[in-house]
Design a protein around this ligand. Structure first.
Ligand SMILES: *Cc1c(COP(=O)(O)O)cnc(C)c1O
Length: 482
């Protein structure tokens, strides 16, 4: 806040009587223009809140007289109104090195998906209206044909997210009955999503078989009883069991299940629709492979490797998907028109696989050539070093990034970036200096999120496609560090 004349008011404190009445503050010329822009309700509410905040400090004799001068009061009110109107959800720069970052919103939407949303959402649409017959339509039909075309499934349905897809599948296929699952696959995805708890929420009884590291076909066979409803596989996407291991793959499991008239479901988690190995990336299992192996249901996320909005995709046999679709919980877990439109546009990109690495931002970032990332590092290095000098030094570094969101946690993506280290400071002060730097970066107009490791702040530049996003903010950073 600007002090009008520090030399005059220095040291003097305001008393409660020095605070203006709300009416006087509202009549001030600057406040009047604020009211013209935003209306009386918001501005008057903030004016009252401002006075309420200042009063106790004035009573305590801790409020500088300068702060209650008309200019200072109006500036403070403007700041409050702007802060109130500022969106809490903001764009940020993800320089963590993790491309699909759950805390940073996961997959980025493709231009086509954004354009589709913009075109559709301002007006009515045919979400549940059949334009051919003029009768009621089914919102699933917006994406079902795309999903069956892309995965080879007989049928498909979609829900709010993959956690919902798993919950719904278990509820519809195994409520009050038993689900057999390997002890090596009882995953926790994060938060409250733990496979045993999801089973319980769905009303299914979990029957664990095998051990943490080894599960065999006979383990499943011996556990099947007349109470069994489903055999479940869970892709252990966020950890790896290595060494002396054995698991039963879907084709064997489907053989065991189908011989007894039982279905098999697989929760893939990330579930890429294209073979990542073709792009030089670590391989992830594909829904189409799991269906070909005989799975009756495959569930996967919309906003992980698929590169779309938050969604839970369920593909499989007509019978299984039909049961899932008719289960009452489906209504509570259904997708809204917003992500559904984005999902449709995202899935349509997969009809042109040759263009996918350009059209789908997630894949574009994952396949960004190392030389391009290094070139960005070179372009940013000098200006960044200048902005953080003399408190920090900057040097280019080779980094190891991650795909993220539980995908392939043991695989690393060779990347490049910049390392910022505190200069001329004792060992003890390093942690604090780095925390301050991280905070200054987070407080930029376009917040920059890096990571701290080995006494340095690392900025992985894989996801910085436009260096100007960072360069344009360096004057603000310099100011914050001054
Ligand atoms: C991520 C994940 C989920 C949850 O998916 P959301 O789309 O985040 O709800 C479930 N199962 C597995 C194996 C996962 O990796």
């Amino acid at each position: 806040m600007a002090l009008p004349d520090e030399s005059v008011v220095h040291g003097s404190k305001a008393s409660p009587q020095d605070l203006p009445a709300v009416d006087r503050l509202l009549r001030a010329p600057d406040t009047q223009s604020l009211i013209a822009a935003h209306g009386h309700t918001l501005v008057a509410g903030e004016a009252r809140a401002l006075l309420d905040a200042l009063r106790p400090r004035a009573v305590a004799g801790q409020l500088p007289l300068a702060d209650v001068q008309p200019e200072a009061m109006q500036a403070a009110l403007l700041e409050r109104v702007q802060a109130r109107l500022a969106p809490r959800m903001q764009r940020v720069l993800n320089l963590t090195g993790t491309v699909i970052h759950t805390n940073l919103g996961r997959a980025l939407l493709a231009d086509e998906a954004l354009a589709h949303l913009l075109r559709l959402m301002a007006g009515p649409n045919n979400l549940e209206y059949d334009l051919a017959t003029g009768g009621r339509g089914d919102r699933d039909s917006v994406v079902e044909e795309l999903l069956t075309t892309l995965t080879g499934a007989e049928a498909a349905t979609v829900v709010n997210n993959n956690a919902a897809a798993v919950l719904l599948t278990l509820g519809a296929m195994a409520r009050d009955r038993e689900v057999i699952v390997s002890r090596g696959e009882l995953v926790e995805i994060g938060g409250a999503f733990r496979m045993p708890d999801v089973m319980a929420s769905a009303g299914a009884h979990m029957v664990e078989v095998g051990t943490t590291n080894r599960t065999h076909p006979r383990d499943y066979e011996e556990a099947i009883t007349e109470r069994t409803a489903l055999l479940l596989k869970v892709h252990t996407s966020n950890y790896a069991v290595q060494g002396f291991t054995a698991s039963v793959d879907e084709s064997v499991l489907a053989g065991i299940a189908h011989a007894r008239g039982l279905p098999v479901a697989t929760d893939l988690g990330s579930g890429s629709l294209v073979d990542l190995a073709a792009y030089g990336l670590p391989r992830e299992p594909l829904p189409q492979e799991k269906l070909a192996a005989g799975c009756d249901v495959v569930t996967f996320s919309g906003d992980k490797l698929l590169g779309g909005p938050q969604a839970g995709l369920i593909v499989g046999s007509k019978e299984a998907v039909g049961r899932i679709r008719k289960f009452p919980m489906k209504r509570a877990l259904r997708m809204s028109k917003l992500p559904l439109a984005a999902l449709e546009a995202t899935l349509r990109l997969y009809l042109r696989p040759e263009r996918l690495a350009q059209d789908l931002p997630t894949l574009r970032l994952l396949t960004r050539p190392l030389e391009a990332i290094q070139a960005t590092a070179r372009a940013v290095h000098g200006p960044l070093a200048e902005a953080v000098a003399p408190r920090f030094t900057v040097e280019p570094v080779a980094l190891q990034g991650q795909i993220g969101s539980g995908s392939l946690p043991v695989e690393r993506l060779p990347s490049a970036g910049l390392a910022l280290a505190p200069a001329g400071i004792t060992r003890k002060g390093i942690g604090r200096a780095l925390d301050q730097l991280a905070q200054a970066l987070r407080q930029l107009p376009l917040p920059v999120i890096g990571r701290i490791a080995d006494d340095r702040l690392l900025l992985d530049l894989r996801c910085l496609e436009d260096a100007a996003d960072l360069l344009g903010q360096l004057p603000h950073l310099r100011e914050r560090l001054a």
